[in-house]
Design a protein around this ligand. Structure first.
Ligand code: 26M
Length: 821
């Protein structure tokens, strides 16, 4: 007899089958005999969407009826990846869908591969936004994500003779089944033009902005499905279009051709995601992107508020909180001021008080080159009214806050001013964000401390309670349940099925860390995941790897501070030891990299080239006898991360202390049972606290030691001359050993570490890093000992669920109440 549960499952499976076939006929215009994988995928999406859209309607209706306070997450980036299996898992339909498709003769994995990644982000910051909206829906918090509907996401990467080639990403070339266009909610926004000062009948001065251009924002909604029948929230992304009435008025003097050109310019705004190398200011289109989506989103929020509250603004701060994901959307602050003061005729003080209750700001980096500054003259051209408002915000801030605490102190005013003076005056977006927000947070304990001590110490003196920490997290639904089904099944058996929404339950697994049977199951799962990855690597790179070797993985954007080149120098050292001592004893290891370099970041591209050339040499050197392999996986992205992370033995988190704000890959890898080799930086510190020092290999200078070394004068040459291994591997890079006939092709790395001064202390940390790697080698030789460490990593990182991050934001910043649907 079948259990009631199995019967229900059978019923849904049968229903799903019928629905998929129905959509194959009625939505795709094909049938079971001739449907392509693409058609099957689309039909299945359509069948799933019936439930998604039901949930969406219910959620939106409930929020509207209950007039709930809601979070509005403003982000230029959302790195969503694929949504197919994510939505199935969160709806609790994955197994039934798999079965239904199997009965139709279709492998679900083949359908998953039909979907392009939604790669509307660069890296950590964009993926964090995606994890957060997943958790917000799962925890039933009313929330909307706002962003840009880029036509092209982050570029696709391939290698040509080891060098990175970028190709455009056209993720929705054949339409995206997960999005709904909402023409009824279009907005119009203005740019350029000039400001006129006028006086009304009472003789009061008013500013009137006469825009030079009007642009239409068309919203696309992507349903965000919470786990287990909770809310379905929306991610609302704006696409830019020419405003019809303004541009296509061909009977005006401008004429048809000019109108067509303006059309193209308007549609350029949402064309492409900027890769994060263009921090040098002056990118007019980037500023317009930021303003375009902020203005559309604010108008959308205000329209919804007015529907419930009319012209009474008094409840606005009760109903609306806006989180700024870094300073990228900071122009929302002067935009809300403009709307309140110029359009709603509110007085400045009331308007400013309202703004300061609505905005909160998250800082994601301390790197000086990544702190946004816009030339004042660019603002004057693009947003002439906003620059006036920023000057007024600044004038009052300096007079009413800074001068009160530090009377007559001009140095303080210069340092704190939102406007940086100089030949080319600049707007400091970080300063503007702090001044305009009621809370400012960093993304890991150490990072939040550094935001306060090193970045904004005077702002802390002015507003001590404004600053706080919210340590990042990742969604265990995507980063364990969906990507690692084998481990998920074991966890269901050992700790129960509640862990995806209560990740602390994983700590029960610690009770089994010494249990030989659980150790065997855990390591057998890791071995199967590694075998799967080995096949994938063979398919994508033609490289054969030993699936029993240690899989040592470094996956993240390529940047000097993340120190992929430290990893590479250590690989060279191992290779050299092997060549010098043919019997060199080491556990076979495969070093796997995944990383995109920003197209304009020269040295990052040289590091990619060097890794590829060195990999080629090592992988084809018989003398190595399989002890060492190096793989650079092309086109690292969310979908590739989902294949790499479950197969990792070792997680490389080796940034210079103080430079990596948090990291989130570190959390995903530890959650899947990888042991971290890492510095005391970002969230590594908190991971070490959770898993304990036996289960992580910490190395390198601490933040304080880094500061002290810089203060006393760091001379990388000394490490080069005093450590023969460092000298040998750096000199090796200048020969033609890895680039036959072309000596010097890899010398950029050596040059940056010596003449360039080694700003990220690679040589200072080398020896300590090599020792940590030795420790990993010795740990791995003890099979039971390693299994225990791997198990404890999974068991003890429950803190790093994005559900906990969201609850922290709710209690420290947002003050939301959950709304059951
Ligand atoms: C700048 C100019 C033009 C276009 C893009 C940018 C830009 C985009 C993203 C600059 C920086 C950007 O992101 C910074 C970032 O990703 N920071 C990372 O945030 C993660 C989530 O908090 C942290 O885990 C990482 O440590 C941090 O590096």
């Amino acid at each position: 007899a079948t259990s009631p549960q199995a019967a229900a499952t059978g019923a849904t499976t049968e229903q799903l089958k019928q629905n998929i076939i129905k959509h194959l006929h009625s939505s795709l215009g094909t049938d079971v005999n001739k449907a392509s994988s693409q058609a099957w995928w689309r039909a299945t999406c359509a069948a799933v969407n019936e439930q998604v859209f039901d949930g969406l309607r219910n959620t939106q209706r409930t929020h509207y009826q209950q007039d709930t306070r809601a979070l509005h997450y403003f982000s230029l980036e959302y790195l969503m990846g694929r949504l197919f299996s994510n939505n199935l898992h969160n709806l609790g339909l994955f197994e039934q869908a798999k079965l239904a498709l199997a009965e139709l003769g279709i492998k679900i994995a083949d359908l998953e591969d039909q979907e392009e990644d939604m790669a509307l982000g660069n890296g950590g910051l964009g993926r964090l936004a995606a994890c957060f909206i997943d958790s917000l829906a799962t925890l039933n918090y009313p929330a909307v994500g706002y962003g840009i509907h880029y036509e092209h996401g982050l570029f696709k990467q391939s290698f040509q003779d080891g060098r990175q080639i970028e190709r455009p990403d056209s993720w929705r070339e054949y339409a995206n089944p997960w999005e709904i266009c909402r023409p009824e909610s279009v907005q119009e926004i203005s740019v350029y033009g000039y400001v006129e000062t006028v006086y009304d009948l009472q003789g009061l001065m008013k500013k009137v902005w006469h825009p030079g251009r009007i642009i239409k924002g068309v919203p696309w909604d992507i349903p965000v499905v919470g786990y287990n029948g909770s809310s379905v929230n929306v991610l609302r992304l704006w696409e830019s279009r020419a405003s019809d009435f303004f541009n296509w008025d061909v009977f005006n003097s401008g004429g048809y051709i000019d109108a067509a050109r303006e059309n193209i310019e308007a549609e350029t705004i949402s064309k492409v995601l900027y890769p994060n190398d263009e921090t040098d200011a002056g990118k007019e289109l980037r500023l317009i992107q930021q303003y375009f989506f902020c203005s559309c989103s604010l108008k959308d929020i205000i329209r919804r508020y007015k529907r419930a509250h009319g012209d009474d603004w008094s409840k606005f701060p009760q109903q609306v909180v806006i989180q700024l994901n870094d300073t990228h959307p900071a122009v929302a602050i002067p935009e809300l001021m403009r709307i309140l003061v110029d359009r709603a005729d509110m007085n400045w003080d009331d308007a400013w008080a309202l703004c300061q209750q609505v905005f909160a700001y998250t800082n994601h980096t301390l790197l000086p080159e990544a702190l946004e500054r816009w030339p004042v003259r660019l603002f004057e051209k693009v947003l002439p009214r906003h620059i006036e408002i920023i000057y007024e915000i600044n004038r009052r801030f300096l007079a009413e806050q800074v001068d009160v605490l530090w009377p007559g102190d001009h140095a303080k005013k210069r340092k704190l001013s939102i406007i940086e003076e100089g030949d080319e005056p600049m707007v400091r977006m970080g300063h503007l964000s702090v001044v305009g927000s009621f809370k400012v947070n960093g993304v890991a304990e150490i990072h939040s401390k550094l935001v306060q001590s090193d970045l904004f110490p005077e702002m802390v003196a002015l507003w001590p309670d404004k600053f706080t920490n919210v340590t990042n997290g990742v969604t265990p639904r995507r980063w364990l349940k969906a990507c690692n089904p084998r481990l998920s099944k074991l966890l269901d058996e050992k700790v129960g099925t509640g862990w995806p929404v209560n990740l602390k339950l994983l700590s029960k697994l610690a009770d089994y860390a010494d249990d030989p049977q659980v150790q065997d199951s855990f390591m057998a799962i890791k071995q199967q995941n590694k075998a799967d990855l080995a096949k994938e690597i063979k398919k994508l790179t033609r490289i054969d790897i030993d699936p029993t070797a240690i899989f040592d993985i470094q996956i993240k954007r390529l940047h000097e501070y993340k120190r992929q080149h430290l990893n590479l120098l250590h690989i060279l050292a191992l290779y050299r030891r092997i060549l010098q001592n043919p019997d060199y004893d080491m556990v076979p290891r495969v070093f796997i990299f995944g990383a995109k370099a920003a197209p304009g970041y020269k040295l990052a591209k040289e590091i990619i080239y060097a890794i590829n050339k060195i990999a080629d040499k090592i992988n084809n050197d018989k003398r190595v006898k399989n002890r060492l392999k190096v793989v650079f996986m092309p086109n690292y992205r969310v979908t590739l991360a989902e294949k790499l992370i479950p197969a990792a033995d070792v997680s490389e988190q080796i940034s210079t202390a103080g430079k990596e704000a948090s990291g989130t890959g570190n959390m995903k890898l530890a959650l899947n049972g990888a042991v971290t080799v890492g510095t005391l930086d970002g969230a590594n510190i908190e991971i070490a606290e959770e898993v304990g020092s036996d289960n992580i290999a910490i190395f390198g200078l601490t933040v304080d030691e880094v500061k002290a070394l810089h203060a006393s004068g760091y001379h990388s040459h000394e490490y080069y001359h005093n450590n023969p291994e460092i000298k040998a591997v750096l000199d090796w890079l200048e020969t033609d050993y890895f680039t036959p006939g072309k000596p010097g092709e890899l010398s950029a790395i050596k040059h940056s570490l010596l003449e360039g001064g080694d700003p990220y202390l690679v040589l200072a940390d080398f020896e300590s890093y090599a020792k940590a790697q030795q420790l990993i080698d010795s740990w791995y030789r003890d099979k039971a000992g390693w299994a225990k460490k791997a198990i404890l990593n999974t068991a003890l990182v429950g803190k790093f669920t994005s559900d906990r991050s969201i609850e922290d934001y709710v209690s420290k910043v947002w003050q939301l109440t959950p709304c059951k649907i």
